[in-house]
Structures are given as structure tokens and as C-alpha cells.
Ligand binder design. Structure first.
Ligand SMILES: Cc1cc2nc3c(=O)[nH]c(=O)nc-3n(C[C@H](O)[C@H](O)[C@H](O)COP(=O)(O)OP(=O)(O)OC[C@H]3O[C@@H](n4cnc5c(N)ncnc54)[C@H](O)[C@@H]3O)c2cc1C
Length: 397
């Protein structure tokens, strides 16, 4: 009988051998981002979270720019031109540190920069993208309003042309990541031609961005209101290639794709904390990881974590091949964020009382994921997207 080939050892960090799908340059991107987060975020994040702030955000943005993490999968204009899989790996590593850091990068790259890159004029691209890629200018993306979240089609923010062709914007946006630290805002507004996007320098008279405080989730992230009070912009401030909701929705698809990966980072961090704790914490004279009930939890967490990572890889490969549909991104976001939050909550139970402490990452990740569950399309919106795709029936209204 032929000798069976030698099997690779079981790797608890990669039980399905998913890393075999990665090229050396993918691993290099992952290591760079992981090392950056270990050095610049992990030592401080509990403190930032407790204080509800992200101090040094401008410096962090410049550092993220220097490692190529901003607008990472975009081409030209100082962007890294990385693959979708590499961008996903970066999101996972950033969110393993904290969802707030991943949100900074997602909003910068997948929302603000992506909107300008995909729908902007050459002049808009030249003006903003190189500085945004370098982290010298932070961007935000204003779609949600106080009274219109899941149904942005009914937004109230208006842009009207004055007699000379300039635009005048009036309205309010709500829950805008990076808002009060942004140098440029991509703002979506109703016009006579339907919804259009505008590139708004945040020093424009009439623009202000008060920060939203008292958040109990994404505490190490800047979230703001945008107030547009007769903000006057030149005729060429409009994104020429975006008309209707298709514009903002395609940006959201790109950002949601990053969340499919990122959420697994938060889950991985919580899972690892639970495994370490289970091996060292003793009750009834033995490590709690030796009890069958704890092992069942860990096994179930590992199954969902690595299924989710595999799903993220699959979608990443489809995106790189130009074959990723928005419904597939909805599938990924729905599953991975829901499972990530479940993994964090189960990890919390394994850590017992310590699970509620900021000494460990699990409660921080779990509360962060409450926002991730809602932003970029709520769970229910993604269920409705899939429901419509499965039945052909639109149940949104
Ligand atoms: C920390 C944070 C950061 C954010 N950053 C940004 C940002 O940078 N830019 C931006 O534009 N927005 C941002 N958002 C806003 C986010 O995208 C919205 O909160 C989200 O789209 C949901 O809108 P809403 O909160 O108004 O909830 P609603 O739309 O009011 O929904 C409330 C509930 O009703 C459900 N619901 C609504 N309609 C239906 C329906 N037809 N059928 C079934 N259920 C329904 C929803 O699923 C949800 O459960 C952020 C939010 C948070 C929390």
C-alpha cells in the first residue's frame, strides 16, 4: 500500500488551511497591517475606548496612508492598487484591533475616496485623492439623515442651482463617521435631476460638523452630524458621473465588502482571548477549557469564525474577478456581522466577570459590532435584499 502523504499539522489559528489561498504578497500586506495595529492601536485602545475618543487621529491617518491602507484597492492617484483580497485582509487586521480604526479606513477609502475615484471629474480626483491616500486629508460620506436612514431615497437635503450656476446646499446629515475631523465631505442631496453627490470642502462657509457624544459603541471613532446651511459650491462641485441612488449604493457595496472581512477580525480577537482564558482559568481544580461545555462553545465559535473567513475570501476573489454582485455582499455582511457578534458574546461568557472588563477585548468588540450590525445597511435591509433576490418580490415597502 502506498504511504499516505504527510499531512500538514493542524493549525488552531487556521484550522481550514485558508492561508494556503494566499500569495506571499497577500501575507506581506496582512503582516504589515497587523504589525502596525499591534504597535499603534492595541497598547492604547482600551484607554481611548473608555475615554470615548480617538486622540491623534490625524497622525494615525497619515501613518495608515504611509502603509498604503487608505483607498488601498483603488488605482492611481497615490493609491496602492491592491487586490480586493489584500484590502479585505487589511480590514480584518484593523478590526481585530478595533472597529473604530477599521471604520476610519473604510469611510476614507471605500466611501469618500471611492466616490471621488469612481464618479469624480479628473480635476476632483487630482485635487483630493493623492492627499487622501497619504492621510493628509480625512474624508467623510454623508448619506444618512436624522429622519432617513434605511430609505435614503427620501432624503431631505437639497441642492439647488442659483442664477449663476453655483450650487447651494441645505440640510442635515446624521451619524457621519470622521465628520468633524474631515477636510472634505462627500454629501448626497436631492436635486431637480435626482440624487447627486457633492464634494464639499469642510471649510466652506455654512458647513459645520458637531461631534455626536454619549455613544456606547464605536467609542474610539469620530461620529458627527453634518449641518449644511446655505453652503455655496461652484458648479463643478458635483460628482459628474453619479446620478440617482446608484451612486451612493455602489460606494456602500464597496464598504460593506470590507465589513465582511473586518467583522471576522473582531470575532478572531474575541475568540483568541476566549481560548487563552479557557486554557489558563481554573475552576473546580482544572482549566475551564477542559470542560465539555466550554469546548463546545469554542468549537462552535471556531466553526463560524473560519466559515466566515472562508466566505470573505470567496467574495474577495469574486470581486477581484469583477464578478461580485451586491446581493452577494449582502449575504456576506448579513452572515459575518451576525456571527461575529455571536462569537463575541459567547467569548464574553467564557471570560465570566472578566468578560465585561476593558482589560480584555471582547466586550469592546461586541459593543462595536452593534454599530456594524446597523451601519452600511441594517441586518433587516440585507435580509430584504436577499429576500427580493430569492423571490423576485420587493418587500421594502
Ligand atoms: C457609529 C455609526 C457610524 C455611522 N457612519 C455613517 C456614515 O459615515 N455615513 C452615513 O451616511 N451613515 C452612517 N451611519 C448611519 C447608518 O448607516 C444608519 O444608522 C443605518 O443606515 C440605519 O439607519 P437608521 O439608524 O436611521 O435606522 P432606520 O432606518 O430608522 O431603521 C430602524 C429599524 O427599522 C428597520 N427597518 C427600516 N425599514 C424597514 C423595512 N422596510 N422593513 C423592515 N425593517 C425596516 C431597520 O432595519 C432598523 O432595525 C452610521 C451609524 C452609526 C451607528
Amino acid at each position: 500500500m502506498a504511504a499516505s502523504p504527510k499531512l500538514p499539522a493542524f493549525d488552531p489559528a487556521d484550522p481550514l488551511g485558508v492561508d494556503d489561498l494566499l500569495e506571499p504578497e497577500d501575507l506581506a500586506v496582512r503582516d504589515t497591517v497587523r504589525d502596525w495595529a499591534a504597535d499603534r492601536v492595541l497598547p492604547h485602545i482600551a484607554d481611548w475606548y473608555e475615554k470615548g475618543e480617538l486622540p491623534g487621529i490625524r497622525e494615525l491617518a497619515r501613518e495608515l496612508g504611509s502603509i498604503g491602507a487608505l483607498g488601498m484597492s483603488l488605482d492611481g492617484y497615490g493609491c496602492a492598487g491592491a487586490s480586493a483580497v489584500q484590502y479585505g485582509l487589511a480590514c480584518l487586521e484593523l478590526e481585530a484591533a478595533d472597529s473604530g480604526i477599521r471604520s476610519l479606513v473604510s469611510v476614507q477609502g471605500s466611501l469618500a475616496m471611492y466616490a471621488i475615484h469612481r464618479f469624480g471629474s479628473e480635476e476632483q480626483k487630482q485635487t483630493w485623492l493623492p492627499r487622501m491616500a497619504a492621510g493628509e486629508v480625512i474624508g467623510c460620506f454623508g448619506l444618512t439623515e436624522p429622519d432617513h436612514g434605511s430609505d435614503p431615497a427620501n432624503m431631505r437635503t437639497r441642492a439647488k442651482r442659483d442664477g449663476g450656476g453655483d450650487w447651494v446646499l441645505d440640510g442635515r446629515k446624521m451619524w457621519i463617521t470622521n465628520g468633524s475631523v474631515a477636510g472634505v465631505a462627500v454629501v448626497w442631496a436631492q436635486t431637480e435631476e435626482g440624487i447627486r453627490g457633492f464634494v464639499v470642502p469642510t471649510d466652506s462657509p455654512g458647513f459645520s460638523a458637531p461631534e455626536i457624544k454619549h455613544k456606547w459603541s464605536l467609542r474610539a471613532s469620530v461620529t458627527s452630524e453634518l449641518v449644511l446651511d446655505d453652503v455655496r459650491l461652484p458648479a463643478d462641485a458635483v460628482l459628474p458621473e453619479a446620478t440617482g441612488l446608484r451612486g451612493p449604493l455602489s460606494c456602500l457595496t464597496h464598504a460593506r465588502y470590507g465589513i465582511v472581512w473586518g467583522s471576522m477580525g473582531a470575532a478572531r480577537s474575541s475568540f483568541e482571548a476566549a481560548v487563552e482564558y479557557a486554557k489558563s482559568r481554573e475552576q473546580f481544580g482544572r482549566p475551564i477549557g477542559g470542560f465539555q461545555l466550554t469546548q463546545a462553545k469554542l468549537a462552535d465559535m471556531a466553526v463560524e469564525l473560519h466559515k466566515g473567513i472562508l466566505l470573505a475570501h470567496h467574495l474577495g476573489r469574486r470581486m477581484d474577478a469583477g464578478r461580485l454582485r451586491p446581493e452577494q455582499v449582502s449575504f456576506g455582511k448579513l452572515n459575518n456581522v451576525r456571527e461575529a457578534i455571536d462569537i463575541c458574546r459567547t467569548a464574553r461568557t467564557i471570560l465570566g466577570a472578566n468578560g465585561i472588563s476593558l482589560e480584555y477585548p471582547v466586550m469592546r468588540h461586541a459593543t462595536n459590532l452593534e454599530s456594524v450590525l446597523t451601519y452600511e445597511g441594517t441586518v433587516e435591509m440585507h435580509q430584504l435584499v436577499l429576500g427580493k433576490a430569492l423571490t423576485g418580490l420587493d418587500a421594502f415597502r
